[in-house]
Design a protein around this ligand. Structure first.
Ligand code: PEP
Ligand code: MG
Length: 324
């Protein structure tokens, strides 16, 4: 099977009715970058920068960070890469950051909350990213943004770092795109003001769903309790995608949801045209896309969004089977 998917890596990810779906991959290590060519991905939609910090016993120096980011951009060879700033804390402990025990670490002092409280950490990371992207485009996004004020504060720090590059005559990125993860439900109720400020939105379904259902993403007892293919989740995602489309802001799903063919089919039916998924799922999802008729699945999903079902999984399975 793996060999078959490899053979299909250069086939366009276009649906039967001619809709191009952008297939990006998630990465976190320099070695992941080899998958880009091997799998024929369009770029990296989520580079998890925290991995480098998690495997290091001391805070990685600016130069060390910059080396990794530069190697990643070199390996991408002009294909887009979205770097997510540090998403530490919660379940992603780093040895060098003093951290009190928390009762609910996933909802605790993590990600952008740490970055805004310890701005030096964020500033150094941004400096490393900007240095690495000298003469090229740079895309960054912030994790766990819960309200527009947090995004504004983080963006301000990034813009200040850009100014610093100019002021000091340092060679920085030729272009900076700043986006946000949407993984805290509250952010979806501030889309009007948010979409005026962001260059792109990336829906992180892993965290989003644990907060959406108040259901721990790592508790095995709860794994099957709620289904992402429920009318509630799908309506929520549709609302976000429609708002982004209206505002002309590119929107991606970068959680694990997009890497499962049935779920990816539903997401495309909700209007998503960009997915960032783990490398090994690119082949199966591309194959699904090439057998899909977008017009049909869109109509099919719309009819079901108001249904009171716990899950639409069985219906989607039937649909997928009936439409090969
Ligand atoms: C997510 O929450 O969906 C996501 C992509 O980020 P992570 O899995 O790294 O928390
Ligand atoms: Mg997350």
């Amino acid at each position: 099977q793996a060999a078959q998917f490899r053979a299909e890596r250069n086939l366009p990810s276009v649906t039967r009715d001619g809709v191009r779906i952008h297939l990006h991959m998630n990465a976190g290590l320099q070695s992941d970058m080899a998958h880009l060519d091997a799998l024929g991905a369009d770029g990296v939609g989520l580079f998890r920068t925290e991995f480098q910090f998690m495997v290091s016993s001391t805070l990685p120096r600016l130069e060390t960070q910059q080396e990794l980011y530069k190697a990643v951009l070199d390996a991408a060879g002009g294909r887009p890469v979205v770097f997510r700033t540090l998403d530490i804390g919660g379940d992603k402990a780093v040895p060098f950051l003093q951290h009190e025990e928390e009762e609910n670490p996933a909802m605790g002092w993590r990600a952008i909350r740490i970055a805004l409280d310890r701005p030096v950490l964020l500033r150094y990371q941004l400096r490393a990213l900007m240095g690495a992207a000298a003469g090229r485009s740079l895309s960054i996004m912030f994790p766990m943004i819960a309200d527009v004020a947090e995004f504004k504060a983080a963006r301000k720090i990034a813009l200040k770092e850009m100014e610093r590059f100019e002021r000091l005559g340092l060679k920085g990125p030729v272009d900076l795109q700043i986006g946000t993860m949407l993984e805290v439900p509250a952010l979806a109720w501030q889309l009007d003001s948010l979409l005026e400020l962001v260059d792109f939105v990336s829906i992180g379904t892993n965290d989003l769903m644990q907060f959406f259902f108040a259901s721990d993403r790592s508790n095995p007892r709860l794994i099957d309790r709620y289904d992402l293919l429920s009318p509630a989740v799908l309506s929520f995602i549709r609302m976000v995608v429609k708002a982004c489309d209206r505002a002309g802001v590119p929107v991606t799903v970068c959680g694990e949801m997009g890497g499962r063919p049935l779920e990816a089919m539903a997401l495309i039916g909700l209007g998503l045209r960009r997915l960032s998924i783990s490398p090994m799922t690119i082949g199966p999802v591309r194959r699904m896309i090439r057998s899909l008729n977008v017009r049909q699945i869109e109509n099919y999903i719309l009819d079901m969004l108001q249904s009171p079902d716990h899950s639409l999984r069985v219906k989607f399975k039937d649909y997928a089977r009936d439409h090969s």
